[in-house]
Design a protein around this ligand. Sequence first.
Ligand code: SAH
Ligand code: DHB
Ligand code: MG
Length: 220
Amino acid sequence: MGRVERALVDALGGESGAAAQSSGNNHRAGLQPISVSPLQGRQLTWLARSVGARRILEVGTLGGYSTVCLAEALPPDGYLLTVDNNPIHHTVARQNIDQAGLAGIVELALGNALDVLSQLVAVRAEPFDVFFVDADQHNNVEYFHLCLALARPGSLFLLDNVVRNGEVCDLETRNEAVRATQRCLEELRADPSLFDAVIFQNVGGKGHDGLLAVRVLGQE
Ligand code: SAH
Ligand code: DHB
Ligand code: MG
């Protein structure tokens, strides 16, 4: 974490005990250091809480750091489903969620998120209030469409890593992850009556990146 971010997080009261514990466990387990940062974690908690989320769907668990941050916004009878296709990540996350006392409201699915979400659409799963997509970024258009099929008017769709040190502005890029972000933005722009979208830029230890936040419109 960068010096400024550390100071800002501390000024806001620090990470929750469960978040800090997960972060330490993830580091000890040798997971890649690509969890959301502590300040982004607080942003996720804040966003989910501010829309009164009761049901959250996450794509890309890793060790469950962002999962813990999102789950902390839920009421005691809330529900969070998080999906990851890596069995090692799944196992570390399982331990973190258990240790955080969140096993009662968090379900960890092991599998390809495209399959898991398609299956949820097929069984007409109850809509989710908040989506957080943070996985294989080249599939972000597919994830966006699947999440829309699992949304209700008023749902909040959150997508990580949409700025990538400014590469999102390079219309010639061959980076499939960035191209997927660009396509999502085109779809949002094409239908402003359906979507209310904003991007929060983030800067810190993980460089310059951003979070796309989309409110799905319609009759609420
Ligand atoms: N949200 C996490 C970080 C996720 S890192 C946090 O902030 O703490 C991205 C994760 O996506 C990795 O754990 C990787 O295993 C997972 N992933 C990549 N492709 C996937 C796919 N097709 N289906 C499910 N998970 C996938
Ligand atoms: C990186 C950061 C992320 O948030 C992510 O989901 C994947 C990769 C990175 O900094 O490389
Ligand atoms: Mg990310």
